[in-house]
Ligand binder design. Sequence first.
Ligand SMILES: NC(=O)c1ccc[n+]([C@@H]2O[C@H](COP(=O)([O-])OP(=O)(O)OC[C@H]3O[C@@H](n4cnc5c(N)ncnc54)[C@H](O)[C@@H]3O)[C@@H](O)[C@H]2O)c1
Ligand SMILES: [Zn+2]
Length: 356
Amino acid sequence: MSSQNVTTIHIETGTPYDVVLGSGIFDDFGPAFTRVCPHAHTVAIVTDDMVARFYFTRMQKILKAQNLRCIHVIFPHGEAQKNIATWEHILRVFADNNLTRSDAVVALGGGVVGDMAGFAAASYMRGIDVVQVPTSLLADVDSSVGGKTAVDLPEGKNLVGAFWQPKLVWADVDCLDTLAHDFQIDGMGEVLKCGVLQGGRLFELAQKNRTEDRLELISACIRLKDHYVSEDEKESGARRFLNLGHTFGHAIETLSEFTITHGKCVAIGLILMARACEAKGIAVPGTTRRIHDAVENIGLPTKTTFGPDEIVEAARHDKKSSDTHITVVLIEDIGKCSLKTITFDELSELAHAALS
Ligand SMILES: NC(=O)c1ccc[n+]([C@@H]2O[C@H](COP(=O)([O-])OP(=O)(O)OC[C@H]3O[C@@H](n4cnc5c(N)ncnc54)[C@H](O)[C@@H]3O)[C@@H](O)[C@H]2O)c1
Ligand SMILES: [Zn+2]
C-alpha cells in the first residue's frame, strides 16, 4: 500500500470484518474490495451529491480498474433524504440494473449514506454484501462500525432498519479534509463521549482536537466501539455504554426538532449527566468542569435552553426506554462510567440536579 499509516481493526461480530483505517489509502481500495466480495460482477456505488462531488469519479475509476461493472445512486445530501422514498429509489435502481445476490454495494459517504445504503443492502433480495467507505468523522468513529442501518419515518428517526454487518470498512481520514468545519466539530461530540468512557490519553487527545492526532483518535474510538459491539451485537447489555450523554442529548435533539445536530446534543448531554452525577455524589468533584472545558475547547455548545421537565418528557418517548424505566450511563469519573436502570422519577431528579 502507498501509505505507511494504516491500522487494521478486526471486528469480532457474528460475521467478522476488518476496519482498515489510514491516511492516503483511498486509491488502494480496489484490491481490498475484490478480496472481500470475490463474486461481485457489479458494484452499486451509493452516495450523496456533496460527497459525489469529491469522491464519486475517483471511486468509480478504482472499481472499474478491478474489471467491475459500476452502477450508482447519487441522492441529495442531508438527513431529510434518509427516508423511505430514497430507500425505495435505491432499491429500484438496483433492480432496474439487474443487481444480483452475488453483487455488492459500496456506501460512500457520511452516516446518512452509510445508514441508507446499508439498509438497502440489508433488504435487497433479503440481503446482499455492503462495504462501508466512510467520509465524515461521525461515520469513521460511529456509524460505519457496528452494523446498524436505518431510515427515518416522519414519526421518528431511525425507526425502520436492520442489523447488517459490512464486509469491510475502508476509512481514509484524508477525506475529512473536504468535510465542512461544522460537521468536523459535530463528529467530535461522539469522539469526546469515547474519551469520557475510556479516560486517559483518549480524553486528553479528544479535548485537544488536533488534526495531527486524528488517526490515533479515530482508531481509539473504533476500538472502543468494537469492544462494546462485539460483546453485545444487538444492544441488550454492554453496548448501552455507548449511549453515554445520549439520554439527555437525544431528548434535546428531539425538542429542538433536529435543528441542533446530534454531536452538539451529545456534548451538552455529557455535561448535564456529569453535573447531575456530581450533585448526587456519584461523580468525583471536578468531573463536570473537566468535561465542560473539553466541550468548550472543541467548540461544541455547553448549554441548553430546554428545562428539566421537558427533557425528561422527551426521554420518556425515546425508543430506548420502557414505559416505567430507562437505563442511563452514569459518570463516576473520566474513564469510569456505569449503567443503571432507573425510574422516570429518578431521571427527573437527575435532570433537575443538572439544570438547577
Ligand atoms: N448506524 C449507526 O450506528 C449510526 C450511528 C451514529 C449516527 N448514525 C446516523 O448518521 C447520520 C449522521 O451522519 P453524518 O454526520 O456523517 O451526516 P451526513 O452523512 O449527512 O454527512 C454530513 C454532511 O457532510 C457531507 N460529507 C460527508 N463526507 C464528506 C466529505 N468527506 N467531504 C465533504 N462533504 C462530506 C455530506 O454530504 C453531508 O452534507 C445520522 O442520520 C445518524 O442517525 C448512524
Ligand atoms: Zn450518537
